[in-house]
Design a protein around this ligand. Sequence first.
Ligand code: COA
Length: 291
Amino acid sequence: MFVASIKKRVLEYAEMDTVALKSLRGSTDILTFFTNFRMALNNGLIRAAEPASESPTGWRVNLWVKQGILANIRLGELAEERVELGEFGSFLFIDKDTMPTKWIVTSDNVRIVPGGSSVRDGVYLAPGVVVMPPVYVNVGAYVDESTMIDSHALVGSCAQVGKKCHLSAGVQVGGVLEPIGAMPVIIEDEVMVGGNCGIYEGTIIKEKAVIGTGVILNGSTPVYDLVRNTIYRKSDDAPLIIPSGAVVVAGSRPIKGPYAKKYGLQMYTPIIIKYRDDKTDKAVTLEDALR
Ligand SMILES: CC(C)(COP(=O)(O)OP(=O)(O)OC[C@H]1O[C@@H](n2cnc3c(N)ncnc32)[C@H](O)[C@@H]1OP(=O)(O)O)[C@@H](O)C(=O)NCCC(=O)NCCS
């Protein structure tokens, strides 16, 4: 019921143009509403996508949540915020006043290791999440229990990351805010994403898959499965889906056409080289001591 009432108001605001929306700032009610909207995201009460057994992808995307985030941004006015650093002075940042950083307390049982990370308000971080510096977690993201987000990683807006995942150093998980129509990336439980991978454009990675170092997945990358002799790709009605337990590595394939043939040109392509086995488990075992 509570969620239904948030959704109803979000959809009303989403339809308004920015001038009309901002004209409501005079009443404190709209600012309070969006503070509560972000709080519901912080608590994981509302999500940009959620598990749905009836859906062929296993997920239902709640587009209205993205619409709410966009309305929240449009409502904002630029404001300066100074963070006091005691004897070290202070530093200044400037952003929309409806886009503060997330307030995290020790009882959340989340570790934000010092060194300079930023987590926006409207992000759910479950107990046991570890954020190594520097990391950026954008609004609407949902990161479940005991997941490690390693240095230089980006968790883009509305990305959904499951339990006991490892997002290795340099991983870039794309967001939904731009371009228009972008869908949330979904990474299910116990997925290992190797260093410097990029996961974009609504790609769904099913549980326990392993994405090898440097793999890039987006809506235009067909994925060749050498075990099941099939090709996975995004269609008009479904995103790219990496099957459960797949081990994906960065490969290459010949480019079509006589010119490419003449010069032996290849292009990058992700390949499922195998499905997870004991050797893979050994290679990607998480270290409990770090959690
Ligand atoms: C995918 C990964 C876990 C290896 O899995 P594995 O189950 O141990 O794989 P195997 O060693 O059995 O390899 C199977 C085949 O794939 C090849 N292969 C494995 N990983 C590969 C990779 N990343 N790129 C290209 N080929 C790879 C192997 O050479 C082997 O081929 P071969 O049989 O012809 O020799 C590993 O390559 C990887 O990417 N680990 C992530 C490391 C990382 O980024 N850590 C981040 C820390 S911050």
